[in-house]
Write a protein that binds this ligand. Structure first.
Ligand code: ZN
Length: 398
C-alpha cells in the first residue's frame, strides 16, 4: 500500500514538473522580448569592491637529498628518476593550497658538474625539479648552507633547472638585476616572499657576486621589506635558513631575528636547517615556525625522520584593505623506508593516515616497527607543536 501511494505521489510530482517546465518555457520567450533598461551613465556606476578572499599558504622543510633517496627514485623501465613517486601520499596536501613553498637543500647543477652526490656537498639529478612541480610545489627556497656546493656555475644551473620546470626560485639570483624579493599575486592579493641563509658552509661567495645569495643581514633585510612595502604587498613571508642543527628549541639568535623581522613588517616566518622540528607560535597577528624539520632525507634517527606540512590561511578584506591570518594548522609527516620487489624505497607519508592504514590493514608496506615509530612520531610532533593558546592543532587527515 505504502509503495503504491509513493508511486502515485511520484507520478503527480512528475506531471506538475512537466507543466511547470512548459509554462516556464513559454514565459521565458515572452520575457526576452521585453526591452532591457539602459545602464546608468558611466559617472553613476560605482565600482564594486571585491568580496573578501581567503588564501592558503603551505610550507614544508628540507628536501635533503642523500644518495640513497636519489637512487631509490630511479625507474628502471623508464630509465629515469621519478621523484614525484616518493611524494604521492602527500601530493594532495601540497597541490591544494594557493602557494606551496619548499626548501631545496641540495643543488641541481647537472651530472656534468662534478657528478651527483649527497652529504657534504650535495648535487641531485635535475629531475627533482620536475617532481616538485608535479606534486604541486610552487616556490623553492635556494638560499641555504648548500647554495655553493657546486660553485657559482652550479647555482646558475640550479636556477635554470628550477625555472624550466615552472618553479619560482627565491634566495639565489643569476644577476644583480635579478636580485629582488619574489612577489606573487593570487586572487588579487599580493604576497612577498623572502629567503635568507645564515651561511654557505664556509664556501666564499665569489668576488663581485654578493647578489647571488641572500644572507641574513638586518640592513639588507630591511631594504627588501621596504621594497615589498613599496610594492603594496598584502602579506610578507620570510623563509629563514637558521638555527642550531638537531636542537628542538630555537636559540636566542633565532628568537631575536624573528622579533626584529616582525617589527619590520614581516607577517609569516618559516624556518628550517636544524633537521628537526622546532615550535610554532603566533606573536600578535604574526606566525612563526622556527623549524619545519626534514621533509625528505636519509636521516633515519629520532626527530630527523619526520617533519610537517604547515598551512597558514589568510583573509584579505578589500573594503578595509586589511589582510589577516585567520587559521594555522599542520600535518605531521614521516619518511617511510621500505622494500618493494627487492628495492629500497623512500616515501613521505602523513603520519595519522599511515597509522590508520596499518590498523585497517590497508597498507602492507608498513611493518609493525614502522607502525610503532609512527605512533611515537605523532606523540613527539604534537607534544612539541600543539599550541592550544592560539588553537594551532594538527589537521585531521584520513
Ligand atoms: Zn641547512
Amino acid at each position: 500500500m505504502v509503495f503504491l501511494k509513493t508511486l502515485k505521489a511520484l507520478g503527480a510530482i512528475l506531471i506538475s514538473l512537466m507543466i511547470l517546465t512548459f509554462i516556464n518555457g513559454c514565459g521565458r520567450q515572452e520575457i526576452s522580448t521585453i526591452k532591457k533598461p539602459l545602464p546608468p551613465p558611466e559617472s553613476q556606476q560605482i565600482e564594486k569592491t571585491p568580496d573578501p578572499v581567503t588564501i592558503e599558504i603551505t610550507a614544508v622543510g628540507d628536501f635533503l637529498m642523500h644518495m640513497p633517496v636519489v637512487y631509490s627514485s630511479w625507474n628502471p623501465e623508464k630509465k629515469d628518476y621519478n621523484f614525484a613517486s616518493q611524494l604521492t601520499d602527500v601530493e594532495k596536501y601540497l597541490s591544494a593550497p594557493d602557494i606551496t613553498i619548499a626548501n631545496l637543500e641540495t643543488r641541481l647543477a647537472g651530472k656534468e658538474n662534478g657528478g651527483y652526490s649527497g652529504y657534504p656537498q650535495f648535487n641531485c639529478p635535475e629531475q627533482l625539479a620536475l617532481g616538485m612541480k608535479e606534486v604541486g610545489i610552487d616556490v623553492v627556497t635556494t638560499a641555504n648552507n648548500h647554495s655553493l656546493d657546486r660553485g657559482f656555475d652550479g647555482l646558475l644551473t640550479t636556477l635554470e633547472n628550477l625555472e624550466s620546470a615552472g618553479l619560482k626560485p627565491v634566495g639565489n639570483y643569476k644577476t644583480e638585476q635579478d636580485r629582488r624579493p619574489l612577489v606573487m599575486e593570487v586572487k588579487k592579493v599580493k604576497i612577498g616572499i623572502l629567503n635568507y641563509t645564515y651561511s654557505t658552509n664556509g664556501i666564499p661567495i665569489p668576488e663581485g657576486k654578493d647578489y647571488a645569495i641572500d644572507i641574513i643581514d638586518l640592513d639588507s633585510m630591511k631594504k627588501d621589506i621596504n621594497y615589498l612595502q613599496n610594492q603594496q604587498t598584502d602579506l610578507i613571508i620570510a623563509y629563514l635558513h637558521f638555527g642550531t642543527e638537531y636542537q628542538r628549541q630555537p636559540n636566542q639568535f633565532q628568537k631575536d631575528l624573528v622579533s626584529n623581522l616582525f617589527n619590520m613588517g614581516v607577517d609569516v616566518i618559516f624556518g628550517d636547517h636544524p633537521h628537526v622540528l622546532q615550535p610554532l607560535d603566533m606573536q600578535q597577528n604574526n606566525f612563526v615556525i622556527y623549524s619545519l624539520g626534514n621533509f625528505i632525507s636519509n636521516q633515519r634517527w629520532q626527530y630527523s625522520d619526520s617533519g610537517v606540512i604547515v598551512n597558514v590561511t589568510i583573509k584579505k578584506d578589500f573594503t578595509s584593505n586589511t589582510c589577516k591570518i585567520t587559521e594555522v594548522d599542520y600535518i605531521p609527516t614521516w619518511v617511510h623506508v621500505y622494500w618493494e620487489e627487492g628495492k629500497k624505497k623512500y616515501r613521505v607519508v602523513p603520519v595519522e593516515k599511515a597509522i590508520s592504514d596499518y590498523e585497517d590493514e590497508q597498507d602492507n608496506t608498513i611493518s609493525k616497527s614502522d607502525y610503532l615509530r609512527l605512533k611515537e612520531v605523532w606523540q613527539e610532533t604534537t607534544l612539541l607543536l600543539n599550541n592550544n593558546e592560539d588553537n594551532i592543532l594538527p589537521r585531521a587527515v584520513h
